[in-house]
Each structure stands twice: as structure tokens, then as C-alpha cells.
Design a protein around this ligand. Structure first.
Ligand code: AMP
Length: 461
């Protein structure tokens, strides 16, 4: 007789052990709304996002970064160990909850920690180094919503792991800069070095002793920040704090030779490429994992006081080791896409849509519609930018749509055309009409969009 298998322990037991209480979902008759800080990105705004989705892979591919999809939900401890327990992001802003299995999970507030986890989990240290990865997707932080600050926001980010060369720090900055530049946004980089952990420790000692002598000028909130992390006072927006900091020791004066050499080398690359940057010794970034180079991307003409950075990044040479991997130098950046969209909206010239329809297939009646649908598919497969309005039966309505969408030709198919095996091609610039046999439509339309033809038949307006 075979031994009976023990029944698998019930999941419920774990849930009960963890003290999970089932949440009663309140019933409501009100029209549902989005959750505060979350929003729909409507079709009218998608033209901006289309450009972002076009330019991001162009930049990433040019520098040989491979795309990676990362989960939106991670173990909450991943962020505590990487971003840092005493950081605002972890301390105040994480969407943390216990799932039904009793695991404490968090919506990701950023993606660098997940990249480091993925690098370890998938043994990427065995791949040729450096490993270059890019991502784009939503992040979640429980912040006070305001313009340019949401609880769900999108980031485009690039991370390079496995090499320490300063050329990679510079390259990341050049990529972030070029992404903005390609979208027509003027930016200036803010660059600093936080040195090695040993450098930073020494500097924090000096800064602490200076700040202690100035305590009477700091209010309660500043003193609290000081107690948590004195470095965080450096990028305080409070004018009184900034006044106190005027005579404070600067980290750039306290770097070891190794750190100074690394920074100088990064700056030389930026100089060579005429990338606009400012050395900003008050830039510390809000996340604990950074070592050596840190940087942010600021709008070139933005008011420095209410400054909302478009993005930021830096080196994190110790993160992978701290998460249990081998010692692996790494660096990366993330750009906030809502803030990029705000910049695109500020531009005087509106962005033209990326999809420019060339032809509309119009039809009159049931049998012509069936043929028109087949013709539409044929033209689409031929790579012609064709649109339709098959739910309309009135020709005027279809021509109005053609005009509104700015197509050059409307191909009209009525009962007579169907009978003769032709379409009526109407040039929307001036209204000239000619018949084209079904079989020749794709070829004839393509011909009409060649450069020579368009030059010989210019638009009227
Ligand atoms: P961080 O790593 O926190 O500096 O975030 C990088 C970039 O993400 C920032 O420069 C912003 O552009 C963007 N970002 C961060 N938090 C938010 C938010 N709550 N809403 C919109 N964008 C954000």
C-alpha cells in the first residue's frame, strides 16, 4: 500500500496567522471616480505620449539598451533595503499592503531596486558586462497631488550594471539630455558627487558638526530632517535653511582622490560634447543607494525656487551587493514623463500627430461598403495610411471627416463604381476626381505620395 499524501497546508492558515482581516468593500451608488492622485490620460493628450513612446526606444536602442518589463508589485522589503528606511519615499510614500497570503507588498515607487533584484535573480552577472536595461511604466507614491505630482506617474529609465567606468555615468547623462533635446525641451544637468561611502561618512561628520553650531537658526522641521539625515537639509527649499548652509562645508571639497578623479572624468566627457551642466554641491537625491555621481535634469529656464526636476539618477555601486548579489557597480537614471508632457504642452508650436492619414475610403450602400472594407484592408497592408468611416452612410459626412483629418484623397465607392470595378479618387485639394480600377488603387495611391508627384501637385493652402 502506498502511503497517503499529507494534505497541503491550507493557505487560509497562513492568512489567519498573519492576522489578515478581510476588508469589507463599501457599497456605493455614486458614479465611480478615479482614486485621488490617479488619472486617465485621454486621447487628446496621447499625441505627447506617442512622441515619448517613439523617442525613448530610439535613444535606448542607439546606446544598446535592452528593454525589460518589471512587475508593478514587489516585496515591500526590497525598497526598504535599497531606497532606504529613512527616506521620504519609503517612510511616507509607499503604497504598502498585506496581500491575502500575508505577504507585505508594495506598489513600486521606482524601478532601480527592481532592476537590481532582477539582475541578481536572473544571474545577469554571467552575461557579457555591462548589462544595459531600459524600462518605461507606472510608479506609485503616496504624495500630495499637485501639478506635476501624482500618485501614479510614469517613468522612462535606463540602467547600466557591471562596469564602473565614468564614461557610463556621462553616457547616461547624455542620454537623458538627448531624450529631452530630441523632444525639443531645453534642459540643464545638475551634477554632484556623493563620493564613496567612506567619503560621505567623513563629510557627514563635518556637516553635522557645522549644523550643530547653527541649531538655533533651524526650525523644528529642519531639526527633524537633520536628526534623520543631515544630507537631506542640503536640498531643502526653505530659505532660512539655505542661508544657514551658505558657510557649510561642501562635499566637493571633501572627496577622496579616487572620487574626485571619477567626477572630473565624467565632467570632461560632458565638456567634450558641450552638454550644459552645473556643478551643484547641494544635490543629494532622496534615495540612499547612491554613491559617487548623482545628477538631475532641470528645465533650462525654470524658476530655481519651485524647481520640479524632470528626472534624476546616479551611480549605485553597492546596491546589488547589499541585496545579496556580488559586488557590481551600476548607474542609471529615470525621467518623469508627466513633467516631460507638461514641458511639451508649454511649447508654442503644437506637436503634429505622428499618424498622418493619407486616404479615406468612403462608401454608399451595403454592397459597396463590403467592397470598401476589403479595399481598406488591402491599402492598410500595403502600408498606406488609410482611414474609414464605415458606420456613416452619407457622403457629405464622410467627406467632412476626410477634411477634418486632413487626408489628401477620398476614395468613393457607390453602386455605379462597384458595377464598373472602379473607385472615384477625389483630390481633397481642389476637388478633382478620377476613376481608378480596383486592381490599380494601391499602386496609384502610392504614386501620388511620391515626392515628385507631391511637388508637382502642391497643397492649395
Ligand atoms: P526621483 O527618483 O524621485 O527623483 O524621481 C525621478 C523623476 O520622477 C522626478 O524627477 C520626476 O520627474 C518624476 N516623479 C517623481 N515623483 C513623481 C510624482 N509623484 N509625480 C510625477 N512625477 C514624479
Amino acid at each position: 500500500m502506498t502511503a497517503k499524501k499529507k494534505p497541503a497546508p491550507k493557505k487560509v492558515a497562513k492568512k489567519e496567522e498573519a492576522g489578515v482581516v478581510d476588508i469589507k468593500i463599501p457599497r456605493s451608488n455614486k458614479t465611480p471616480q478615479t482614486v485621488r492622485g490617479f488619472r486617465d490620460i485621454l486621447p487628446v493628450d496621447q499625441v505627447y505620449w506617442d512622441y515619448i513612446r517613439k523617442v525613448a526606444p530610439e535613444i535606448a536602442n542607439a546606446y544598446s539598451y535592452d528593454y525589460i518589463d518589471l512587475p508593478i508589485l514587489e516585496e515591500a522589503s526590497l525598497f526598504v533595503r535599497s531606497v532606504g528606511e529613512e527616506t521620504e519615499v519609503v517612510n511616507k510614500e509607499m503604497f504598502v499592503f498585506m496581500d491575502k497570503g500575508g505577504d507585505v507588498v508594495s506598489l513600486r515607487p521606482e524601478a532601480t531596486a527592481s532592476i537590481a533584484r532582477a539582475y541578481i535573480n536572473h544571474g545577469m552577472l554571467n552575461l557579457p558586462q555591462p548589462v544595459k536595461l531600459w524600462y518605461m511604466g507606472p510608479m506609485f507614491r503616496y504624495e500630495r497631488p499637485q501639478s506635476g505630482r501624482y500618485r501614479q506617474f510614469y517613468q522612462f529609465g535606463c540602467e547600466v550594471l557591471g562596469e564602473k567606468s565614468p564614461v557610463l555615468d556621462a553616457q547616461l547623462m547624455i542620454m537623458a539630455y538627448s531624450f529631452c533635446k530630441d523632444l525639443g525641451i531645453d534642459v540643464v544637468l545638475q551634477v554632484n558627487s556623493l563620493g564613496t561611502p567612506a567619503d560621505r561618512k567623513e563629510y557627514v561628520k563635518k556637516l553635522t558638526s557645522y549644523l550643530k553650531s547653527q541649531m538655533k537658526y533651524l526650525d523644528e522641521q529642519a531639526q527633524e530632517t537633520f536628526a534623520r539625515n543631515p544630507l537631506r537639509l542640503l536640498d531643502s527649499k526653505d530659505e532660512k535653511v539655505q542661508a544657514v548652509l551658505e558657510d557649510a562645508p561642501q562635499i566637493l571639497d571633501h572627496l577622496s582622490d579616487e572620487s574626485r578623479k571619477h567626477l572630473m572624468s565624467v565632467l570632461e566627457y560632458l565638456d567634450e560634447l558641450s552638454i550644459p551642466y552645473e556643478l551643484n554641491s547641494k544635490l543629494v537625491r532622496g534615495l540612499d543607494y547612491y554613491t559617487q555621481t548623482v545628477f538631475e535634469i532641470w528645465g533650462a529656464n525654470d524658476d530655481r525656487k519651485g524647481q520640479l526636476a524632470l528626472g534624476g539618477g546616479g551611480r549605485y555601486d553597492n546596491l546589488i551587493k547589499e541585496l545579496g548579489g556580488r559586488e557590481t557597480p551600476a548607474a542609471g537614471f529615470a525621467l518623469g514623463l508627466e513633467r516631460i508632457v507638461l514641458k511639451l504642452k508649454e511649447k508654442e508650436q503644437p506637436l503634429p500627430p505622428l499618424f498622418k492619414p493619407q486616404v479615406l475610403v468612403a462608401q454608399l450602400g451595403d454592397a459597396p461598403r463590403r467592397k470598401a472594407m476589403a479595399l481598406f484592408e488591402e491599402l492598410r497592408k500595403e502600408g498606406i495610411n488609410v482611414i474609414e468611416a464605415f458606420s456613416k452612410s452619407n457622403l457629405k459626412q464622410q467627406l467632412d471627416i476626410a477634411n477634418k483629418r486632413g487626408v489628401r484623397y477620398t476614395l468613393i465607392l457607390g453602386a455605379a463604381e462597384l458595377h464598373d470595378g472602379v473607385v472615384l479618387a477625389r483630390d481633397m485639394e481642389g476637388g478633382m476626381q478620377e476613376t481608378i480600377p480596383f486592381k490599380k488603387v494601391a499602386k496609384e495611391i502610392k504614386k501620388r505620395f511620391t515626392e515628385e508627384y507631391l511637388l508637382a501637385h502642391p497643397k492649395k493652402k
